[in-house]
Design a protein around this ligand. Structure first.
Ligand SMILES: *[C@@H]1O[C@H](CO)[C@@H](O)[C@H](O)[C@H]1NC(C)=O
Ligand SMILES: *[C@@H]1O[C@H](CO)[C@@H](O)[C@H](O)[C@H]1NC(C)=O
Ligand SMILES: *[C@@H]1O[C@H](CO)[C@@H](O)[C@H](O)[C@H]1NC(C)=O
Length: 309
């Protein structure tokens, strides 16, 4: 189903930085997903070269095909890319294969963010480790400029051995982080409790690979060993089915009760009972840190902790 576009072997991204924003929407007509309408766009195996531009380290980014990309980290630089499109509500997915072997001190990120003092952000941050020791997946949520909502889990597989899917479902009621389709975190709309929610501005999609050895691995005790550089993380199967933010789009339009805004269907208001069980299992067996239960940092749990699953 991926487009058979020319295989741009090792094409550098640099040229793309000057390419004008692509507004034309190549709509997916394969029929497996709800039909997109005015502002809703969906794409499977989207092309990295048309969807993203470089924001850091162009000489450390390689595309092996249009749909697969490597970020590399050396003692000279890491790298990062950002989407040309921005979205509000929908589903966004990326498959990642993380740095194998000794990845101590490295941080690979995949996140959605907006900008400014009151920015919103949803983070997946993969904290590397020594050979054979487990990565940590740290997630965080910023709403209205305020973050400090870290949760950390171990994964139930080796994320460097193969590609796994990391995605976000975002609608006006909840935000769900998924790993291979399993919900690992839910951030509910708790405006009724006075908590800001991510429902005022669109976010773009970002990824980066950088040196985080002051804090990332075993609390910063284990540093990067540059003898193992370059460190390489690979990205594949970027796909989305979401409300694209264009000049003629409004937030209510993306949240309107319209059959095409499938993310606003009642089925997506809450996790299903099966998903609740899956989430509980992750929390019980894989969670290593939760800001909600960190009483040193938060003597009184933040308000949303009571409302969250
Ligand atoms: C918004 O603009 C896009 C392209 O600029 C167009 O395809 C779409 O139909 C417009 N949507 C509405 C609701 O006018
Ligand atoms: C970076 O690594 C290269 C290759 O290992 C080495 O030659 C160079 O001296 C290093 N540079 C710095 C600033 O550490
Ligand atoms: C790395 O491995 C150590 C030892 O197993 C573990 O305590 C730590 O949580 C792991 N992950 C990170 C990112 O430090």
């Amino acid at each position: 189903m991926a487009d058979q576009r020319r295989a741009a072997v090792c094409s550098l991204f640099l040229a793309l930085v000057v390419t004008p924003l692509v507004l034309s929407q190549e709509l997916d007509t394969s029929g497996t997903l709800p039909k997109p309408y005015a502002t809703s766009v969906s794409k499977d195996f989207a092309d990295f070269t048309t969807e993203f531009s470089v924001f850091w380290g162009p000489e450390h980014i390689y595309t092996t095909t249009d749909q697969m990309l490597d970020l590399t980290l050396t003692n000279l630089s890491g790298a990062g890319f950002s989407s040309r499109r921005t979205f509000i509500y929908g589903r966004i997915n990326m498959n990642l294969k993380l740095i194998a072997g000794d990845s101590s001190g490295t941080v690979t990120t995949y996140y959605l963010t907006s900008f400014g003092d009151y920015h919103d952000e949803l983070d997946f941050e993969f904290l590397g480790n020594q050979t054979g020791q487990p990565y940590i997946l740290q997630t965080n949520v910023f709403a209205n400029g305020v973050g400090e909502r870290e949760q950390r889990i171990f994964l139930w597989f080796d994320p460097s051995a193969d590609f796994h899917s990391y995605s976000v479902l975002w609608n006006k009621k909840q935000i769900v982080f998924f790993v291979d389709g399993v919900p690992i975190r839910v951030f509910k709309n708790n405006e009724a409790l006075g908590m800001p929610y991510l429902n005022k501005q669109p976010m773009g999609v970002y990824s980066s690979l950088w040196n985080g050895d002051s804090w990332a691995t075993q609390g910063g005790r284990v540093k990067i060993n540059w003898d193992y550089a370059p460190f390489i993380a690979t990205f594949q199967n970027y796909n989305y089915d979401a409300c694209e933010w264009l000049s003629n789009v409004t937030v209510p339009a993306c949240a309107a009760a319209d059959a095409n805004n499938w993310w606003d269907g009642a089925a997506y208001d809450d996790l299903t009972p099966v998903q609740v069980n899956e989430l509980r299992k992750v929390q019980e067996e894989y969670m290593v840190y939760d800001y909600c239960t960190d009483t040193k940092r938060n003597p009184t749990p933040p308000v949303e902790c009571a409302g969250n699953l």
